[in-house]
Write a protein that binds this ligand. Structure first.
Ligand code: SAM
Ligand code: SF4
Length: 342
């Protein structure tokens, strides 16, 4: 495999107009998924034709262009990253860059369904920690939320990941009428399994059946409930991401809260997202984007990519505009999370 080629503009780190340095790329490798989580997708999603999606080789080239501009961490996401055919090829290639010191880490966010057969391969490829999304331990609720009957597979996947040596963090989207009653048990389970867990407020990304407001559950409310059962202490632990952490007395586990609606966290943003078609979105909650695929397919690709990345930095907004106002979610964007990459 080629090492990232240096060219003169490669030496400039990616810094936006607010002085924030971009060191973290979230790369969506597919918009497809084997679940249909209600807050993320409609049941009858129309997926992109395969011809629109970047090849894995192009994704590697793109990643290397970001690395040459100072990106040190890459998270593969989707859709469900592990349903992308031959995904291990890309993970191995990025894992090599971790081994040769050009990246600090390659990670994934996954729904866990493919982990029973892929966890060990991921570890071998150089992945050391992953996020697994899990919203409930109740089989019926799992079916209701994800519209698929796969709780047992996901739990087996988490077990396989731990057995393979991967550090697992659970991500849980908090939803009224769905998992509000299950969250304390889920937190308790995570602590018992030695897993960190992060709760996330549902964000207004794309339209979903029944609207978003009905299922919106502020984490301030969840925290009040959790305080009755757990002794939570604010922790100084930070990952550079949006979560604020709490330690749980009597355990090593950390509880993270991501509160886009009740508390904006954009000041320290260090990331950008690239879709599986090669569009860079500078903010999850805004529509500005730039097509990197055209640059990637142009004859002077590295120069064209660098020019596009510089333009993207100039367009990175200060932050998202998600908020609740008079019981309505505002700041909506039309893309589903599965399109941009979570
Ligand atoms: N399929 C993988 C998974 O579920 O982990 C990766 C992609 S998924 C889009 C990434 C994360 O986004 C998941 O943790 C999911 O729960 C979260 N997510 C999706 N839609 C969301 C929304 N509208 N608000 C908040 N989180 C959302
Ligand atoms: Fe699929 Fe992840 Fe979206 Fe659920 S949250 S539908 S698992 S992409």
């Amino acid at each position: 495999m080629d090492l990232p080629v240096k060219n003169p503009s490669d030496t400039q780190t990616l810094t936006d107009s607010f002085g924030r340095q971009i060191t973290y790329l979230r790369l969506s490798v597919t918009d497809r998924c084997d679940l249909r989580c209600r807050y993320c997708m409609a049941e009858d999603m129309v997926f992109l034709p395969k011809s629109d999606v970047l090849t894995l080789e192009e994704m590697l080239e793109l990643s290397e262009a970001f690395m040459a501009r100072g990106v040190r961490r890459i998270r593969l996401t989707g859709g469900e990253p592990l349903v992308r055919k031959n995904i291990l090829w890309l993970v191995r290639a990025l894992g090599q860059h971790v081994e040769n010191g050009l990246l600090d880490e390659v990670t994934l966010t996954t729904n866990g369904t493919q982990l029973p057969h892929l966890a060990a391969n991921l570890y071998e490829a150089g992945v050391r920690r992953i996020n697994v999304s899990l919203d409930t331990l109740d089989e019926d609720q799992f079916k209701a939320i994800s519209r698929r009957d796969k709780l047992d597979t996901v739990l087996a996947g988490i077990e396989a990941a731990q057995a393979a040596g991967l550090r697992v963090k659970i991500n849980t989207v908090a939803m009224r009428h769905f998992n509000d009653a299950d969250i304390p048990d889920l937190v308790d389970w995570a602590i018992g399994q030695g897993l960190d867990i992060t709760l996330i407020e549902t964000m207004p990304l794309g339209d979903v059946e029944g609207g978003r407001e009905n299922s919106y559950l502020p984490l301030t409310e969840v925290k009040t409930t959790l305080n009755k059962r757990f002794d939570l202490e604010p922790s100084g632990y930070r990952t550079g991401g949006p979560a604020r952490y709490y330690s749980v007395a009597g355990s090593q586990a950390k509880l993270g809260l991501i509160t886009p609606l009740t508390n904006n966290f954009c000041d320290g943003c260090n990331r950008v997202r690239v879709t599986c078609t090669g569009r860079i979105y500078m903010c999850l909650g805004q529509d500005d984007h730039i097509d990197l695929r055209a640059a990637l397919r142009s004859p002077e690709k590295r120069t064209a990519l660098n020019t596009a990345l510089d333009k993207a930095m100039g367009l990175k907004p200060r932050g998202h505009d998600f908020a609740m106002s008079d019981g309505k979610m505002i700041g909506k964007v039309n893309r589903h999370m599965s399109q941009t990459g979570g």
